[in-house]
Design a protein around this ligand. Structure first.
Ligand code: GLU
Length: 468
């Protein structure tokens, strides 16, 4: 058997973090078993589904590196097939037409409520003679659900869960306008797409019983379900906007790397021993459906940030330059030309050591992009006293003859020069830093100076020495 999984988002908003995790789990499970991972856009609710939301889902999934196998399936395009299956159920006697009007049904529910009973459809058209059908009324099609016994779900995560059939009423499969309900379309699509395993949020657990009933009525093999507890906020309540539950793209904007978010989401509700840092290859090798927790995991931004710090350090320097270039150009209003790009690449090793996010990195990397004459930050301006300028003026002459121009040589020179001139290293290094970077903080200053090169460094010093 080839394992086939799917992610089936409803495009009614952005791809939230729980959806991203569902996509990841399904993809890993399929890859682990050498199977296929499919994407189905559940866009049957035309009023709430938008093309913008569909595009945002594609975008977020592709940024996260969770591309699907084959073309995504649009559920709304399969409407005819859903209606065909409803007809098949009618023909086999597993479904029937119900002509009850909305008013009649709300009256029924009011009576049930008044009698303290649960509100559910009472099966009034279940055994009624079709010749009783009122004229001019478009019926709905309902499943003739079993009334005795129980429906059993063998869940990958929850274990065995049982519901008495008496608790499930005859659900609607096809509305009076001919449109399929969610229950019917999901079952038909999962069957036609040959889905073998469904991993999804446990908010769908009760739906699973109804879906199993439809599978049984059709004598189709049902998939194996795994219902994963929803993600909670740090306070233990279900993750909501209040906790800053955002779309996956918001994490991109906050400067998280997709590999960090993948690793973080993987560990939210799934574990492999004490492993925290898990590569994509390890994830595929280990994600076999076991290790999924029954308790809801709590979203912890500090943990995500710690992972991001790790993945930033591990990332390829030139790729990081590419990732931050658009933000750099926006922040500095300067163009990242070839020279700036090569300086960024050279400085990246030190820059990334100090960054937690790409946003931090973009800020700290701006020093290699800003053009002369530099605007001094307040703290840098304070360092550049007349005395400091005098130190710089003298140092500039010494630097003009220094060979070779490397970070090590510059540092050795600075130590010797400071000692020879009765200066503390800071009395030389701090003004140099301010003059060359415009700031009082930077990566190791002699590395920065080495990267800028002699001419640029001397020009920057000159700008300061000559300013009044
Ligand atoms: N479309 C449903 C949702 O976005 C998921 C359906 C399913 O996974 O079965 O919640």
């Amino acid at each position: 058997m080839t394992v086939v999984t799917r992610f089936a988002p409803s495009p009614t908003g952005f791809l939230h973090i729980g959806g991203a995790r569902t996509a990841l789990f399904n993809r890993l499970f399929a890859k682990h078993h050498g199977g296929r991972y499919l994407l189905r856009i559940e866009d049957t609710d035309k009023k709430r589904s938008t093309q913008e939301a569909i595009d945002a889902i594609y975008d977020a999934l592709s940024w996260l590196g969770l591309d699907c196998d084959g073309e995504p399936v649009s559920q709304s395009a399969r409407r005819k097939r859903h209606a065909e299956v409803a007809q098949q159920l009618l023909d086999s006697g597993h479904a029937y037409r119900c002509y009850a009007s909305p008013e009649e049904l709300s009256e029924m529910r009011a009576e049930q409520k008044a009698a303290g009973q649960p509100t559910r459809y009472d099966g009034r058209w279940r055994d009624r003679d079709p010749s009783d059908a009122p004229s001019g009324v478009d019926p709905v099609i309902r499943l003739r659900a079993p009334q005795d016994g129980e429906t059993v779900l063998e869940d990958l995560v929850q274990g065995q869960v049982t519901v008495a059939n008496a608790q499930l009423d005859d659900m609607i499969l096809l509305r009076s306008d001919g449109s399929p309900t969610y229950m019917l379309s999901v079952v038909v699509d999962d069957h036609d797409m040959e889905i073998t395993h469904v991993i999804r949020g446990d908010d769908h657990l009760t739906n699973a019983f109804r879906q199993i009933q439809i599978f049984k009525a059709l004598e189709w093999e049902q998939p194996i379900y795994g219902h994963v507890p929803l993600i909670h906020g740090p306070d233990g309540a279900k993750l909501s906007k209040r906790h800053g539950a955002l779309g996956a793209e918001a994490y991109r904007d906050m400067g998280f790397l997709p590999e960090a978010l993948r690793n973080y989401l993987l560990r939210l509700g799934w574990g492999h021993g004490d492993d925290e840092i898990i590569s994509d290859d390890q994830a595929v090798a280990w994600f076999d459906g076991s290790g999924l927790g029954k308790a809801p995991a709590r979203f912890d931004t500090a943990k995500l940030t710690a992972l991001n710090t790790h993945y930033l350090k591990a990332a390829d320097n030139d790729s990081l330059v590419g990732l931050i270039t658009p933000g750099l150009e926006q922040n500095t209003s300067a163009t990242v030309d070839e020279l700036a790009s090569s300086r960024l690449s050279a400085g990246m090793e030190s820059l990334k050591e100090r960054a937690k996010t790409l946003v931090d990195l973009t800020e700290s990397a701006a020093l290699y992009v800003r053009q002369r004459p530099l605007e001094m930050e307040a703290k840098a301006a304070k360092i550049l006293t007349d005395d400091a300028k005098a130190v710089l003026a003298a140092a500039r002459n010494a630097l003009a003859d220094l060979h070779p121009w490397t970070a090590e040589a510059l540092e050795t020179w600075a130590r010797e020069y400071a000692e020879a001139n009765a200066l503390k290293l800071g009395q030389l290094a701090q003004p140099l830093r301010a003059a060359v970077t415009g700031s009082n903080v930077s990566p190791p200053i002699f590395e920065v100076i080495a990267i800028f090169g002699r001419e640029e460094t001397l020009n920057r010093i000159e700008d300061i020495v000559e300013s009044t």
